[in-house]
Design a protein around this ligand. Sequence first.
Ligand SMILES: C[S@@+](CC[C@H](N)C(=O)[O-])C[C@H]1O[C@@H](n2cnc3c(N)ncnc32)[C@H](O)[C@@H]1O
Length: 283
Amino acid sequence: MITVESLLGPAVQQLESAGSPIPALDAQLWLAHVCGLTRAQLLARPERVVTPAQAARFSAGLARLAAGEPLRYLTGRAEFHGLAFRVSSATLIPRPETEHLVDAALELIPDVAPSGFLVADIGAGSGCIAVTLAVKRPAIHVFAVDVSSAALEVAERNAEQHGVAKRITFLPGHLLAPLPVQVDLIAANLPYVADREWDDLPISVREYEPAGALRGGTEGLDLIDELLEQAPSALHSGGSILLEIGAAQGPAALALAQCRCPAGTVRLEQDYAGRDRLLIIQT
Ligand SMILES: C[S@@+](CC[C@H](N)C(=O)[O-])C[C@H]1O[C@@H](n2cnc3c(N)ncnc32)[C@H](O)[C@@H]1O
């Protein structure tokens, strides 16, 4: 008889020898997902019987985890800002750092935003920013732009799941070019990994997450610079731009913003670890 207990012990060992940073947690979460249980339910009854089909699925996924594939791509699920999101190999897995960008955007969008307040999420990926803003600010309309149509399909499913699809327009294309009108706020987590940083990224990122969602050119700032150049004509006067940046990019991003948006007020915000993470421009 196969039980939870009999599967978990060897699975943790397999992931440990493969160099997984969190072997026990990954094995438990994956088995819980396969069995349709929460982790707490799984751990509460280690003697629970696992069917041969479940065990076979667990073992196939374990091999993928041991090779470095992120658990979120196996389960197809990730959590962001307290909401559940679908993810696929076409989308970045939403990061906790990006919740900071959402919090900063929420501060700039009035609690009862006048109907007609327009937001653009550029590089929408799974839609985590666009959907969260639409959920938390029920009067706004969001344009979600991404160069990847496969990512936008995932974003659209997430918007449907959270009941906000009618207030998000999904636009394939390059940066601000697809926007049909000027907006009040641009929020963007664009690719910002510099070329020299690429080889140092963990295998789970470099080999499994889409490179087009991560790589931002020599200094990592190519797309951010281009967006800043386009932004003044895409924004209503008094509008804001929020851009997630890499921890080492603060001074360079600040200088670019001052050059591209000379009339705006520009500042940096740090993440919870005290590293530069957000560039905010108010025009
Ligand atoms: C870092 S991911 C962010 C995804 C999501 N917003 C998040 O925070 O998890 C960057 C996204 O930008 C998209 N992207 C890359 N180049 C782009 C471009 N030129 N125009 C629009 N989107 C682009 C990628 O396809 C990817 O989905």
